[in-house]
Design a protein around this ligand. Sequence first.
Ligand SMILES: *Cc1c(COP(=O)(O)O)cnc(C)c1O
Length: 452
Amino acid sequence: MGEPMNKAVLDFELEAALRAREPLLWLNPRWQSAQNELPRLSLDFASIKDAEARLSRLAGVLRHCFPELSSSGGLIESPLLAVPRLQSAFAARAGKWFIKADHALPVAGSIKARGGIYEVLLHAETLALEEGLVSASDDDRMAMSSVASRKLFARHTIAVGSTGNLGLSIGVMAAALGFRAVVHMSADAKEWKKERLRRLGVRVIEHAGDFAQAVAAGRQQARDEPRTHFVDDESSRALFLGYAVAALRLRQQLASADIAVDVEHPLFVYLPCGVGGAPGGITFGLRHVFGDHVHCFLAEPTAAPCMLLRLAAQTPAAVSVYDIGLDNRTEADGLAVGRASDLAASLIQHLVAGIFTVPDDDLFRDLYRLECTEGVRIEPSAAAGFRGPLWLETSSARAYLDRHALSERLPHAHQLLWTTGGAFVPAEEYARFHATGCRLAHTEEVRSERLR
Ligand SMILES: *Cc1c(COP(=O)(O)O)cnc(C)c1O
């Protein structure tokens, strides 16, 4: 730990900057066109459509479990918001800013509502089919909320390891269908997330270690228990596909808002990244939908740039941020991951445009700025992408913009900040974020005035 990595593996300057926790933008040297890359991957567009179809088939069951979904017909979806005041506050000129408001996703209050709930539904449907409670030849799934189904699910356990939000999403959905649920929480997990789960009757097991250790403990325990399904955030295809469905939904939303995505109107998307499943699945989906007209950038804390490290180092061995002397300590609990998912890394290694890093102070400044300008409240992790459009205006992005002939098209671009969590943050907790952000925003203004 803390030893320099093999220089042949990771560029020396990049490693030094990561070690020093300097915010930086890394451009992906192995970017590929959608046409070249997508046919080579082990998951395809049909697998996203299949996940979307399953979510439609099960919308009635979701509506039955969660009355708050009645207005959306059982779909868990978030709005697309124009944020002109936030854009002005950043004095950002390029393109037009939007937020994809996954911080407000119903049921789970975070982006994990997409992947987590999908995987629980898939498992439940599989069991119900095996037991003959529903039939493969008929799309009616309402029997999955019957007493007979609850009895079946009560004999089964769903387990997961999490830094908080995935546990919340899995626990809420599993409990609603009548499963037993066990959530292994890493040390980063916030107390209120554990409390919320305990109130639903979910068993919360606290671990002193980080995300990878909580996942390993959960995986091990699930292996020893009968009738237990472990939702593996480091390798689950179901989670990944549940996230990918967001791309199909976004396509519809952009079309209804008359927002074109084409060669003249590129779409830039900025996605907070932890283990890589959520931003990876969405990137995968978006490259299927918009090909080379969409440019997906991931955002990671300076203390936990695990996907950057994984993709830049190009090593097949598991590489973690601890290997370069970082500590994975960040207030962005949703992103506190030391080692990226191999599944996500291998699927997106040629699809992402780049990855940038963000110090915690900027997360607080930006969540504060968002509330001041647009009245929207998010958790720190969800602000990770906000500096993305600013990076595009720096020389660090030049090579990418040139390669894709984007410089002259930036004025017509749409800039999409994906906010990933926050709706359920308790008021006292949010007040603390707000106060921290307010104090830090002020120090940043003073600093930039001195520079002028
Ligand atoms: C989990 C999470 C992410 C990132 O998702 P990964 O699949 O871990 O990369 C981003 N933001 C929030 C709030 C999250 O909970």
